[in-house]
Ligand binder design. Structure first.
Ligand SMILES: Nc1ncnc2c1ncn2[C@@H]1O[C@H](COP(=O)(O)OP(=O)(O)OP(=O)(O)O)[C@@H](O)[C@H]1O
Length: 480
């Protein structure tokens, strides 16, 4: 990644640089280095993560001449970005040096609409999620660079593509805002705690997934939630989002109701601001900025460790438990996951010369994802009660009760192993005692303990399998 002049130099020579930039052309030798765009089908055939850049057009709020050229350019129908980088020589001469930044796709200006961004970067993710994968679109970038504009547009196209599935699938929406002080479910207003339960399942306590009966309903619910998000004016954006917004669409097949749902995450990250941007903010705002930058740093650490873990034989810790943001997205960072994962990072950047530093930092951050190898899918453990079919779960109950539970369906009236594991202890004991007169509280508790022993054993075994997969640095390729 090229280095660029200091902020003071950029400011002092801004007119000279802009003049040079407006006159500059992409040299044929540089243009030749940019590779042809990939088709949506090619995107995820060999890699699970893809990285794109979207450079917004100049907008009136920028107070810039609308005809000014952008520092981010591309060769039409080519994927790599051409960065028109400002340079100052030791003798003080200014120049614009074009360089190629390797990416999976570049979108520039008003001509590259959100529809195009969606189609060329993340449209295949919808079908992956319908088939049970975890997919994620993350928008990262400087405040005012177009993250909210892009995520809300993408959400609209995802909803349209999901429309045919409302007959065959139950579709749920969860929208969580992660703020400095708390996490809030934007659909219910409840405070949300994010944690992993003893079985290793991710929990969003306080959050209520919202069942949506149609694409229109899904879109309206998202719009309503997004309108409640915390925004404040910053120097760079009148309505800057001062929180991360994680939208999860869970897609559950109606035919196999108890199969694990597919999840489509759309993440609008809070805008990164540097110290200069927030210098005029009050103390609360500075705390907020610190929180945002720290959580973005954790996200960066997770992305970096994930990339390194995939290419080295060393065991690397991926610190996703350090922040609710990364904990919620943990499947995207695990080197070995239980179901296929696909991630798209859209780095949003500004076209302005004065934002060159931010733009380079955003590109550096985003390019960490570019080396990510495919995650390895760990086959579901057949001994883990979480993975039992309904029949297996009923037989299991009968066995662990030493054949005392003659009517296991009374304890598990519907659902499979996963449902069984998630019956709270008090409820489990009540169901056993109410339906089996011969079983007292002590015995009912023993049955519950036996059930959980199997869950904990499976979890310990699962951890060992994951650690070995990471150590080996090889394993089965992602199926989808
Ligand atoms: N591709 C685009 N085309 C036209 N206008 C855009 C585009 N991208 C962003 N904008 C405009 O730029 C402004 C800032 O965009 P947006 O609020 O999406 O930025 P952001 O990155 O989410 O900022 P923050 O991090 O501060 O929330 C908005 O007025 C938005 O309409």
């Amino acid at each position: 990644m090229p280095s660029i002049p200091l902020v003071a130099e950029l400011g002092a020579k801004s007119d000279e640089f802009q003049d040079l930039l407006n006159k500059s052309k992409i040299p044929a030798t540089v243009a030749k280095k940019s590779r042809i765009i990939m088709t949506p089908e090619e995107l995820f055939s060999e890699q699970d993560s893809r990285i794109f850049v979207r450079c917004r057009p100049i907008i009136p709020h920028d107070n810039e001449a609308m005809g000014n050229k952008s520092i981010v350019q591309k060769v039409p129908d080519h994927r790599d970005l051409i960065l028109m980088c400002p340079k100052v020589s030791l003798s003080g001469d200014c120049s614009i040096e074009p360089s190629v930044v390797s990416l999976d796709g570049t979108f520039c200006g008003a001509e590259d609409t959100t529809e195009r961004v969606y189609f060329e970067s993340c449209s295949p993710l919808v079908n992956f999620s319908v088939d049970g994968a975890t997919t994620c679109v993350l928008c990262y970038g400087q405040t005012g660079s177009g993250k909210t504009f892009t995520t809300s547009g993408i959400f609209r196209f995802v909803t349209e593509d999901l429309a045919p599935y409302f007959n065959t699938h139950d579709i749920f929406l969860t929208v969580v805002e992660i703020q400095a002080s708390k996490n809030v479910d934007l659909l219910t207003g409840n405070e949300v705690q994010v944690f992993e339960d003893v079985s290793g399942e991710l929990k969003l306590q306080g959050s209520e997934p919202f069942e949506c009966s149609s694409a229109e309903f899904l879109h309206a619910a998202f719009e309503e939630a997004a309108s409640l998000r915390t925004t404040k004016a910053t120097d760079r954006n009148e309505t800057s989002s001062r929180s991360h917004m994680i939208t999860r669409i869970s897609i559950v097949s109606k035919e196999s109701r108890w199969a694990k749902p597919g999840d489509f995450f759309i993440v609008d990250l809070a805008g990164s601001e540097n110290t200069a941007d927030s210098a005029t903010h009050d103390k609360t705002r500075q705390v907020e900025t610190k929180f945002i930058n720290t959580s973005l740093m954790t996200l960066k650490d997770c992305i970096r460790s994930r990339a390194l873990a995939g290419t080295s034989s060393q065991h690397l810790h991926i610190p996703y438990r350090r922040s609710p943001l990364t904990l919620l997205l943990r499947d995207c960072f695990e080197i070995a996951v239980r179901r296929p994962t696909k991630t798209v990072m859209i780095a949003c950047v500004s076209p302005l010369l004065r934002d060159s530093r931010h733009t380079i930092n955003t590109l550096r951050y985003a390019s960490l994802l570019a080396v990510t190898p495919p995650a390895k899918v760990i086959a579901a453990d057949p001994d883990d009660p979480n993975n039992f079919s309904r029949e297996q779960a009923l037989d299991f109950l009968y066995d662990i009760s030493k054949k005392m539970l003659t009517d296991p369906e009374a304890v598990l009236p519907e659902g499979d192993g996963r449902t069984l594991v998630h019956i709270p202890e008090g409820e489990f004991i009540r169901r056993v005692m109410d339906t089996h007169g011969t079983i007292g509280e002590k015995k009912a508790k023993m049955i519950y303990t036996s059930l959980w022993k199997r869950v904990v054993d499976a979890r310990t075994k699962g951890r060992k399998v994951m650690t070995n997969a990471k150590k080996l640095g090889k394993g089965p390729r992602c199926a989808k």
